[in-house]
Design a protein around this ligand. Structure first.
Ligand SMILES: [Mn+2]
Length: 443
């Protein structure tokens, strides 16, 4: 996969301007003069001498495309060139980070330190006017700064972060292409009857990721495992018959995530249901535009799922009654989607503004993770689904909704597990850019 670095380099300066402006505002709201952003520290395994995989603070990744520089700090004072305290230890047990290089270096006053204590000399002098942003688990990482992740500043940053810069969207396009290469390899593995484990390995190889580099744990589910929403295992043996395949898997670039789900089948009836979900998913994607309330899109998804269930002969009765009797909630028991960016479930999905006021999900829809009115250049997922989950369907057996379910059809389709179709879309003034479908057509 070729990546146009000069295009990214051309977008980075204006991205950094946006990041700095957001921090200017956050500092103003917090009544502070300096921001220090900590990249993070690895966590050690209990009673042992090695670390869990290192995950970088997303706030640090917003400044820098550095996914593997623990113990480093951005030190920012409005109006001044930001300082990067770059931790490059002398270590013969591990390979230290390389010397700083890339399109970002000229934007920073880089100070290389070889030990953790040496960062002290580069911290702002007035600690009481400084806020520290990061996951601090040791006082030695804070250098006497007491205001750690103050709410007033964090709310400003988290509210703003849903809107992506051109640079960020380009990073997400690259992550998307990477993920799609994995998805296409995974489909081929499914078609040749591979096990979940083999499909997972083929996915990682095709997108050039180690497991730790994935933005979240792959969901690789054959047959009835597709009904487990966050299915977490990878069976080593292939089933005697691979009837269906649900894959929810992403990729990253410079820390930015893609989050894509597809479902495949070797059966005409189930394939028709997949096609129906695919069609309604695209219709919902086509409703996305600035000013749209995401809660309304989620409720629209319930209507369309209800229509599709009846169309497929799984349910009977009006769509209104299917919704009222919790039938659509039993077949589709999760939210329509979420914000996407440096985190797979990016922060700020419930925020009504930068003061921290939140918007609740609609009554009866507690799992919806995004309740905001959409704004231009937000990136979010649209991921409706239909599943055959015994636990939820059995709750309806003796209720009004149970009489609307054709249980023999449910029994027939249960071995196929479930369906989810997920794309990543960028909100525009009068529509949306579907990052996933655009790239899929070209990969
Ligand atoms: Mn998702």
């Amino acid at each position: 996969m070729t990546i146009n670095i000069s295009a990214l380099a051309g977008l980075y300066g204006s991205h950094l301007d946006t990041i700095q402006a957001r921090h200017d505002r956050a500092l103003e709201k917090a009544g502070a003069s300096h921001a220090v952003i900590f990249s993070g520290a690895p966590n050690r395994v209990f009673l042992d001498d090695y670390d869990y995989p290192f995950k970088t603070n997303p706030h640090y990744l917003g400044w820098l495309p550095l996914t593997n520089t623990p113990y480093s700090y951005v030190v920012y004072t409005p109006g001044k060139k930001p300082i990067l305290v770059y931790f490059q230890p002398e270590d013969y047990w591990h390979k230290p980070p390389d010397a700083p290089s890339g399109y970002w270096v000229n934007f920073f006053d880089i100070r290389i330190v070889n030990n953790v204590e040496a960062a002290l000399a580069h911290m702002p002098e007035s600690r009481d006017k400084t806020v520290l942003i990061g996951d601090i688990d040791d006082d030695a990482q804070a250098f006497g700064i007491e205001r750690i992740n103050p709410t007033a500043a964090m709310n400003v940053l988290h509210y703003a972060r849903s809107v992506k810069t051109e640079y960020e969207i380009e990073c997400m396009r690259i992550a998307t292409r990477r993920a799609i290469a994995g998805h296409k390899a995974a489909e081929q593995s499914f078609r040749r009857g591979a096990s979940e484990y083999e499909i997972h390995m083929d996915y990682c190889r095709a997108c050039s990721h180690t497991e730790n580099e994935l933005p979240y744990s792959n969901i690789i589910a054959l047959n009835e495992n597709g009904a487990v929403l966050h299915y977490q295992y990878q069976e080593r043996n292939a089933p005697s018959e691979s009837k269906s395949f649900l894959i929810d898997a992403g990729a990253r670039y410079n820390g930015y995530a893609a989050d894509i789900t597809r479902t495949y089948a070797n059966d005409d009836e189930f394939q028709a249901l997949i096609d129906a979900v695919d069609k309604l998913q695209q219709k919902i994607c086509n409703q996305v535009k600035a000013g749209m309330d995401y809660r309304a899109l989620h409720l629209l998804a319930h209507r369309k799922i209800g229509d599709a269930l009846t169309e497929a002969g799984i349910t009977t009765g009006s769509t209104d009654s299917l919704i009222k009797n919790d039938v659509t909630s039993a077949f589709y028991p999760h939210g329509l989607g979420h914000l996407l960016g440096l985190q797979v479930h990016d922060v700020g999905g419930f925020m009504a503004g930068e003061t921290g006021v939140t918007i609740d999900p609609p009554p009866g829809h507690p799992f919806l993770r995004l309740t905001r009115v959409l704004r231009e250049d937000q990136v979010l997922t649209i991921e409706p689904g239909i599943y055959f989950i015994d636990m939820l369907l059995n709750n309806l057996r003796d209720a009004a909704g149970g009489k609307q379910i054709n249980w023999d059809v449910v029994e027939r389709l249960k071995p196929f597990g479930g369906i989810r179709i997920e794309d990543n879309v960028r909100v525009q003034a009068n529509g949306a850019e579907n990052l996933t479908r655009n790239a899929w057509a070209k990969t």
